[in-house]
Design a binder for this molecule. Structure first.
Ligand code: SF4
Length: 378
């Protein structure tokens, strides 16, 4: 029997500013049909998928807090109106410090949201301006303060390192300031240059002074060691948490579980099919109105693709991949499918086998996706 996913991702594609490095599916909010979008989203969530029983729900973007307090209230009420809230373990919303006004925090407080992920990126005002963010350092503290006062203890921040002109001293300062916030979760990304971004343009014109690869590696190593010294577990390549505060929704992705994806440009994985929704907002609105759903790219995964994903995603976690779970899921042992690759990676000191699991070593985690790519079957 097919079991419905117990996780959902909901996409809010609006932003109050467009950051120079961003290639996410988003638009500048001014003059956008936000009310119509939220209504369509509610139809997709409640009428098309009829979502009722979730363990994790995640609202990302774009910037979910770019919409007004009234719109936020409408969104949160509509997403939770049919949910069994006793079953809902984690309900995360992404927020930007510049947008999180007191009336929006008040709406969050009254809702079922119990986790907030704040896009801090850096504490350095000059760097914030250089990457096109709309907030400043003072607003980061105001946001954290008001969230804590509203009773949120499960708060995460995103930080980006290897920014243009960033030095080791800057990274040290950022980490110290992040630790001083006294929050239980941190996600860490290095700056990636994506196509069609302001930064890529600047890079091509030779006007982006990025740290060298060696300095970037030094920054990553420093951050890991500093976070671990302060009681954070490096539980996934890009994520650190205090015990018990791992992101359950993100662990679901790395466990290669299925999830609903709702909203313009969102991806989902339901009943063995990975799909993508229509992206441009007008196309999304039209499809919901005319067809009731918006899926337009669908791919049914083969057995070997599912196995690749199990490894590719699972190895991102410090806990790695369970041999027993793999066998139960695919009817073959990991050894049968990947024996020679496992030997090679073990010999290179990139993975280790421990009882029922294989997992990446520190060296492996450091190289991240390069190791995971080895599991792609021909
Ligand atoms: S706020 Fe987030 S989604 Fe919006 S432009 Fe910046 S990085 Fe992209």
């Amino acid at each position: 029997m097919y079991l419905k996913p117990s996780s959902a991702y909901v996409h809010i594609p609006f932003c109050t500013q467009i950051c120079y490095y961003c290639d996410f599916s988003k638009v500048f909010i001014k003059n956008q049909p936000v009310d119509a979008y939220l209504e369509a989203l509610s139809k997709e969530f409640n009428d098309y998928y009829q979502i009722k029983n979730l363990r994790t729900l995640y609202i990302g973007g774009g910037t979910p807090t770019a919409i007004s307090a009234k719109q936020l209230d409408y969104l949160l009420s509509n997403l939770s109106k049919n949910l069994d809230l006793n079953m809902l373990e984690e309900f995360t919303i992404e927020a930007n410090p510049g947008d999180l006004t007191p009336d929006k925090v008040a709406v969050l407080k009254e809702s079922a949201v119990n986790r907030v992920s704040l896009g801090v990126q850096t504490f350095n005002d000059k760097h914030l301006r250089q990457i096109g963010r709309g907030h400043n350092e003072a607003q980061i503290y105001e946001s954290i303060d008001s969230l804590k006062k509203a009773g949120f203890d499960n708060i995460s921040i995103d930080l980006i390192y290897a920014l243009p002109n960033q030095t080791m001293a800057d990274v040290r300062e950022n980490v110290a300031k992040a630790l001083a916030l006294d929050i239980p979760h941190l996600s860490l990304y290095s700056l990636i240059l994506e196509h069609h971004t302001v930064f890529m343009n600047k890079m091509r014109r030779g006007r982006l002074n990025l740290p060298t690869e060696d300095l970037e590696a030094e920054m990553f190593e420093y951050i890991i060691s500093e976070m671990e010294t302060h009681g954070f577990e490096h539980y996934e390549i890009s994520n650190f948490s205090k015990p018990g505060f791992e992101s359950r929704h993100n662990l679901m992705y790395w466990d290669n579980a299925e999830y609903f994806g709702c909203g313009a440009g969102a991806s989902g994985y339901v009943d063995g099919v990975r799909y993508r929704n229509r992206g441009p907002i007008q196309h999304y609105l039209k499809a919901i109105k005319e067809d009731g759903h918006v899926r337009f790219q669908e791919e049914t995964l083969s057995q070997s693709e599912k196995m690749e994903e199990e490894l590719f995603l699972g190895l991102r976690k410090k806990s790695g991949v369970s041999l027993q779970r793999f066998e139960e899921k695919f009817g073959q042992t990991l050894e049968t499918v990947y024996g020679p690759i496992l030997r090679e990676l073990e010999a290179d000191g990139l993975i280790v086998s421990e009882k029922d699991r294989i997992r990446m070593t520190k060296k492996g985690l450091f190289l991240g996706d390069t190791v995971a790519e080895k599991f792609i079957l021909e």
